[in-house]
Every structure is written in structure tokens, then in C-alpha cells.
Write a protein that binds this ligand. Structure first.
Ligand code: A2R
Length: 310
């Protein structure tokens, strides 16, 4: 007998195909209102991605739901309280994507400071013949502030150390590391050249990077976000960039994906990426394997490889 799984997100074919081979897969929306009661009954697992919104309304429609499986490390879109109240487990895919996301944070930092996208356009559009490309900003040896020194934040620090950067960080509490700790994110921003956001989403980090933090980072500062779009006040960011109160930004995540704030699209001092930090073949394969391993462990009655903490 195949167990029934509800898929509410776009998943890569390498995962979807294996899901379809091993399970009875129903495709649904995040609201689930296309499911009639008979279809909803019997759904034991729900597969989402890191951007999915799985609210109490959907959970309530699924009387037999036992586990929510997230393809991604962030699970701020899942109503964890509603799931826990029903004894529904939640899993995600930490660790396997840490290196790629850290690599991409460094890519955005270098790309923004050295204006790589603009340089590419400069060559393609034949502007090189009229004169040299304007000077850019140095990265090596500069001051880097990391907001969220977790798995990804630490991997970013490791890479930045190879660039002789001076690293400091902000989190909810100081950690047993040698980098200077700032209890205030605004004070951290005032003390660095580059501020990299590597925290997850949710209420506790909503607009943590606001106008005051951006002003503290200042007209020579660069903001990088590989955490969650909701952490940065995008309207304030677009204004700061447009007015030159912030030098630049490199963003992989946005408040309303896939629609970055319109004000950002016309700016020349922001590097935009389509939430692709973990999107390499190797890592998406590893994330797919871990997603399936969590699902299989659940149905085998074994302990889950990577449940969310708490
Ligand atoms: O505050 P702590 O000690 O729990 O540190 C965590 C920090 N963090 C926060 N920092 C400041 N204010 C908050 N309200 C807050 N909440 C959490 O973020 C920890 O150092 C870091 C998250 O690290 P991990 O849980 O190890 O997650 P990982 O794998 O590094 O991924 C971070 C996020 C994901 O949630 C996705 O949204 C994105 O990166 O890909």
C-alpha cells in the first residue's frame, strides 16, 4: 500500500519523480480548498518547501496528517504551533545546504562590492571602448558583521576569514566564539563595512534590518541578505539605496517572492538573485535525499533524521 502525501510546493523533478514513485501524491494549494473531505482524509504527510505557507486552516482540513516535511532549512511559513497542538511532526533539511548558502553570500558580497553585474553589462554594451570601468570597493581586510551566527553564519565567517576580514556578529545571545559580539544590530551595523543577514524568518526577526540599521551601515556600507526577505524592510532599503544613504546591497531573498519591491528593480547599486543560494545540483540532490529520508523514516516508525528543533 502506498501512503498518501500532499505536495503543496514546486519541487525539483529529481524529488517529485521519486515522491510519485514511492507514494500516492496529491497536488494541492497552500489553502487546500480544492480538496474535498474524502480526499483530505487519508493524507498522512504534507511536503512543502522553505517558502511554503502552511497555516492552521490547511492543517485543520487534514484530519489524518502526521508529519510536515519541509524541503529547505527555513520553516517560518509553517504554523508550527498548530502542528504541535495536533502532535504533527515537522522536519526540514539543515546542514546539507550550509556550504552553498555561505558560498553564495560570499559571491554576493564580492559581486556587489566589485560591481560584477554592472561590469558584465559594461563590456557587452561596448562601453569599454569609451574608457575604463569606474573603480570599485575592496573586500579583503574589511569589517564584516554577521547577523545570525548559526550554521550558515559560521560557514560565512570561515570563508571571510580567508579574505582576512574582521568578523563580528549579532544574535540573541553571545556564543563561545572569538568574534566580537554585539547585542544591538544597529551598533553592529555602525561598526562594519559589510553586513550579512543569515537569520531565518518569523516574528522575532521581522524587519530586524530597518531604516535605522541601514543608516548605521551608512553610505559606504553594503548589505547582503541570504536569510529571509522578511528580515529586511525592503521599502526602507530601496529608499536608502536610491538616496545614496547605503552604498549597495546583494539580495537572494525578498519579502514577497518572486516579486522584489519595484523600487529595487531600477537601482544600479543592488545585485538581485532569484533565491538560488542552495540551488546547485549537488545540494538540491542532498536536500531531496534528506526530504525522502525523513518521509521514509516517519512511515517506518523510525526516529526522524532532521526534525525542527524544540
Ligand atoms: O539567537 P540565536 O543564538 O538562536 O542564534 C540564531 C540566530 N537568530 C537570531 N538572531 C537575532 N535575532 C533573532 N530573533 C534570531 N533568531 C535566530 O540565527 C542562529 O545563530 C541563527 C540561525 O542559525 P541556524 O538555526 O543554525 O540556521 P541556519 O542553518 O544557519 O539557517 C539560517 C537561515 C534559515 O532559517 C533560512 O531562512 C536561511 O538561513 O537559509
Amino acid at each position: 500500500m502506498k501512503f498518501t502525501v500532499l505536495k503543496v510546493a514546486h519541487l525539483p523533478p529529481m524529488l517529485s519523480e521519486r515522491l510519485h514513485a514511492d507514494y500516492e501524491v496529491l497536488e494541492g494549494s497552500e489553502r487546500g480548498d480544492e480538496l474535498d473531505a474524502a480526499q483530505a482524509r487519508g493524507i498522512r504527510a504534507l511536503v512543502a518547501n522553505g517558502e511554503s505557507r502552511v497555516r492552521a486552516g490547511l492543517i485543520d482540513r487534514l484530519p489524518d496528517l502526521q508529519v510536515i516535511i519541509v524541503f529547505g532549512v527555513g520553516y517560518d511559513g509553517i504554523d508550527v504551533e498548530a502542528a504541535r497542538a495536533r502532535g504533527i511532526a515537522v522536519t526540514h533539511t539543515p546542514d546539507v545546504l550550509t556550504e552553498d548558502v555561505a558560498d553564495f553570500a560570499i559571491t554576493l558580497m564580492l559581486g556587489t562590492a566589485r560591481r560584477l553585474a554592472q561590469a558584465d553589462r559594461f563590456v557587452r554594451e561596448g562601453r569599454w571602448q569609451q574608457g575604463p570601468f569606474p573603480f570599485t570597493r575592496k573586500v579583503s581586510g574589511k569589517r564584516l558583521g554577521i547577523v545570525g551566527l548559526g550554521r550558515i553564519g559560521k560557514a560565512i565567517a570561515q570563508r571571510a576569514a580567508a579574505f582576512d576580514m574582521h568578523i563580528s556578529y549579532h544574535g540573541r545571545r553571545p556564543l563561545a566564539v572569538d568574534y566580537p559580539y554585539y547585542a544591538s544590530v544597529t551598533e553592529l551595523a555602525a561598526a562594519v563595512d559589510f553586513l550579512v543577514v543569515a537569520v531565518g524568518g518569523g516574528d522575532s526577526t521581522y524587519h530586524l534590518i530597518d531604516a535605522a540599521v541601514l543608516d548605521a551601515l551608512g553610505s559606504t556600507g553594503i548589505l547582503i541578505n541570504v536569510g529571509r526577505g522578511s528580515v529586511v524592510d525592503e521599502v526602507a532599503l530601496a529608499q536608502a539605496l536610491a538616496e545614496g544613504r547605503l552604498l549597495g546591497a546583494g539580495l537572494d531573498v525578498f519579502e514577497d517572492e518572486p516579486r522584489p519591491h519595484a523600487g529595487l528593480l531600477d537601482l544600479d547599486n543592488v545585485l538581485l538573485a532569484p533565491h538560488m543560494a542552495s540551488a546547485t545540483w549537488d545540494t538540491r540532490r542532498a536536500m531531496s535525499d534528506l526530504t525522502l529520508a525523513n518521509l521514509a523514516a516517519h512511515f517506518a516508525g523510525e526516529s526522524l533524521p532532521t526534525p525542527i528543533p524544540g
